[in-house]
Design a protein around this ligand. Structure first.
Ligand code: HSE
Length: 292
């Protein structure tokens, strides 16, 4: 049996839509995987009641099929589905890693990125690798033609409200095209963020998160977003954005402000009538095989 801890991830980081991602030190899924004649799936933990156990409809079933590696896969969800924290990516990346080990498939973590991305497409409608890449590699990742990663350590807060936003719905509000002005603005922010990651500098990372093409449209799907953003900035956050497709809200901040930022975000959601919990987290490792 192989046991893997697969981390939550936050994609986009504002200016890097479908490209940037980070692995979060918490929360995480735990997968226990054993060889079997045919694939069966058992899901427990946060939000497990919303996750199909039918291998044809589950992200890890698609991964097992792609690797021709049937298995009994038990998933203990720590990452809530429809949260914006890469829930399906955590399971897909964890399963890909576990199955490649179990069946001695000669694949590196980078080789497993497209396999896990296909698995994730089962839930989100189309394959995109910005969550599975950090879930496998850890750190800050750029999921482009040429995948790159940096082991940055930036303190983060993610605040998860008790509302659900489906990735399919959140992708529908993204505009199909944008102006040259907005493109130039976004490139500037993305470059600032990437430099900030290379320096593990929360001020630059926060500044680079703010963009004006995708986030404002998605923010409308999250009750209380504007108040939460202002509260986080007021408590010392250097930048705020929607985590992935939402509804989680991500803030970068210097270490000493994390607790205040977390409290301010939860209180601001409460002011909007929404219950929420905050994770004080940071950029962390990719999926870990226990015993490695
Ligand atoms: N980049 C994706 C999106 C991440 O924002 O739609 C969500 O899975």
């Amino acid at each position: 049996m192989v046991t893997v801890r697969a981390p939550a991830t936050s994609a986009n980081l504002g200016s890097g839509f479908d490209v940037f991602g980070v692995a979060l030190s918490r929360p995480a899924d735990v997968l226990r995987v054993e060889r079997a004649e045919r694939t069966t799936i058992e899901v427990t933990g946060v939000g497990s009641e919303y996750i199909p156990e039918d291998p044809g409809k589950n992200t890890v079933g698609a991964v097992a099929e792609a690797l021709d590696a049937p298995a009994h896969i038990r998933i203990e969800k720590g990452v809530r589905p429809s949260s914006g924290l890469g829930s399906s990516a955590a399971s897909a990346a964890g399963a890909a890693l576990a199955l490649a080990r179990l069946y001695d498939r000669n694949r590196t973590r980078r080789d497993l990125i497209p396999v896990a991305a296909e698995g994730e497409a089962v839930v989100s409608g189309e394959p995109h690798a910005d969550n599975v890449t950090p879930a496998l590699l850890g750190g800050f990742t750029v999921a482009s033609d040429r995948v790159t990663d940096v082991g940055a350590t930036v303190p983060l807060v993610v605040c998860l409200p008790e509302i659900a936003v489906s990735t399919r719905d959140a992708r529908r509000v993204v505009p199909e095209s944008t102006s040259m002005d907005d493109l130039v603005h976004t490139v500037g922010r993305a470059a600032t963020l990437a430099v900030g990651m290379c320096r593990s500098d929360p001020a630059l990372v926060g500044a680079g998160m703010e963009e004006r093409v995708v986030t404002p449209r998605r923010a409308r799907l999250i009750t209380g977003y504007d108040g939460v953003r202002e509260a986080a900035l007021g408590a010392g956050a250097t930048g705020v954005t929607v985590s992935g497709a939402g509804p989680a809200v991500l803030a970068a901040c210097p270490d000493p402000c994390r607790r205040d930022v977390a409290g301010a975000m939860v209180d601001a959601f409460a002011d909007a009538g929404v219950e929420a919990r905050a994770y004080q987290t940071r950029i962390g490792r990719g999926a870990t095989v226990y015993g490695d």
